[in-house]
Design a protein around this ligand. Structure first.
Ligand code: ATP
Ligand code: MG
Length: 449
């Protein structure tokens, strides 16, 4: 049960408040002065502190300043004499909310509900962070490379708000997956998440798909139809490939976003919509504006909170995590126990992945089907030139100062093996080692990766 600390010097006010707060599912403790509150805080860690602004020994705000910001309780300030100024400065220093005496019960309930939501959210994010640290994934998103951690931070910040999000990233980088994660971490999670690919709907149908139509509004409209916006009410609408939306419709979309109401095709009644919009594009929206395909005003409206998804090739270490994840999934589905060989790992790691995570998933599936026990190079993509495997000792990414001899050797053996299409005998011959040594080395590599 969440815990609340109530700090107020008027006993009657404290007990009335405690009763209300307990009704909302909190356990409560109380304090009459700042000094009292400090001694409480040295023994317990409340989730929320309701504190009077004017206490006999100082300002309630002092408590806020003394607490470690990273583990701080939510603070609700209560005051007999509120001014707009003090309210604003309180909110600025990080107070969750501000109530005036006599406390309005409805307001207090709403504020406490907000506290509960914030707590639940923090807990959820906390466990996702823990998962990330231990297992390398953030909910359904696999990967713990630095650029992805940055994405998780942005998701964490924007999810509990209603802000419009614009996701930009190459095809297959996980835009839809990120959109769904934002939805699931937000307060709309129990309501629908509806994806609509604006590029896949014929232009003449997209308006009625989005906004719905009235019966008889056009030939074939035999019934009233509620569009995506209406069906996503209180939930999230994911508008994929937003730059592919016909330009005249972009004007209408902007109007809906701005007024919070829509009119069905063939109708004249404005209908209120409460929908969070997450949009995505796999091309630069700024470029689309330059090309005259995307309205600048709509871009501004959608770009409140942009998140850039890095291409897979820039996510150090994630390729391996993702490949292992997809392989484990296939092994589970098929009751198999296939593994990547060292050459296969290296090939996966050095390929440029223009189709990003989706391509990786498909390639792993293909290689899985082709392989017996050990996944070799069969079915894997041939290294693309930009990030290709070094073909000789001078290749820049083969040798780095600071590399150990063991690493160097490993690099060479795998690169040579790759050069000969996985033919261990030939590679061993060229390297001047026995076939047995080659096998030993590869076994070691497979065990350490
Ligand atoms: N970080 C990730 N962890 C696990 N699976 C992922 C991740 N990113 C993407 N995927 C998977 O890869 C596939 C492609 O992802 P998604 O559809 O979200 O990409 P997208 O950016 O929307 O692509 P497009 O621009 O082509 O629509 C999906 O099957 C998704 O589940
Ligand atoms: Mg997509």
């Amino acid at each position: 049960m969440p815990q609340a600390l109530i700090v107020d010097d008027e006993p009657s006010s404290v007990s009335a408040m405690a009763e209300l707060v307990e009704k909302e599912g909190f356990t409560t403790t109380t304090a009459g002065t700042l000094a009292d509150a400090r001694s409480r805080l040295s023994q317990e860690r409340p989730d929320v502190i309701l504190v009077d602004l004017m206490l006999p020994d100082g300002s309630g705000l002092a408590l806020l300043e003394e607490m470690d910001p990273s583990r701080r309780a939510e603070v609700i300030l209560i005051s007999g004499h509120a001014t707009v100024d003090s309210a604003i400065s309180a909110l600025r220093v990080g107070v969750l909310d501000y109530l005036t005496k006599p406390v309005d019960v409805g307001r207090l309930k709403a504020v406490l509900a907000n506290v509960s939501r914030t707590l639940a959210f923090k807990e959820e994010v906390g466990s996702l962070r823990e998962e990330l640290r231990q297992l390398g994934h953030f909910g359904r998103l696999i990967g713990n490379s630095t650029p992805m951690q940055r994405v998780y931070d942005l998701i964490t910040r924007v999810a509990p708000t209603d802000a419009t999000v614009l996701l930009v990233g190459e095809s297959g980088t996980g835009k839809e997956e990120v959109a769904a994660t934002i939805h699931e971490l937000g307060r709309r999670k129990k309501q629908p998440f509806l994806p609509l690919n604006c590029g896949a709907v014929p232009p003449n149908l997209i308006e009625s798909e989005l906004f719905g139509h009235e019966k008889g509004s056009f030939t074939g409209a035999t019934q009233m139809h509620r569009g995506y916006f209406e069906r996503a009410t209180r939930g999230t609408l994911f508008l994929d490939e937003i730059t592919e939306m016909p330009i005249e419709l972009q004007v209408k979309l902007l109007r809906v976003l701005e007024t919070g109401t829509l009119v069905r095709v063939g109708g004249d009644e404005p209908i209120a919509v409460d929908v969070r919009v997450i949009a995505a594009s796999n091309r630069s929206p700024e470029q689309a504006v330059k090309d005259g395909k995307f309205r600048e005003d709509l871009l501004y409206r959608l770009n409140v909170f942009p998140i850039l998804l890095p291409p897979l090739r820039d996510r150090n270490g994630d390729i391996e995590l993702l490949a292992e994840h997809f392989l484990a999934q296939l092994n589970r589905e098929e009751g198999a126990n296939k593994k990547f060989s060292a050459v296969a790992r290296r090939r996966l790691d050095t390929y440029a992945w223009p189709g990003n995570v989706r391509e990786l998933m498909n390639i792993v599936r293909r290689a899985f089907i082709l392989a017996e026990e050990s996944i070799e190079l069969d079915g894997l993509p041939v290294a693309s030139s930009a990030s290709s495997v070094p073909s000789g000792p001078g290749a820049p990414d083969a040798i780095r100062v600071g590399m150990s001899l063991a690493e160097l050797e490993r690099h060479f053996i795998l690169a040579t093996l790759e050069q000969f299409g996985g033919d261990k005998r030939k590679a061993a011959e060229v390297l001047g080692i026995s076939l047995k040594t080659m096998y030993n080395r590869l076994n070691n590599y497979a065990a350490t990766v």
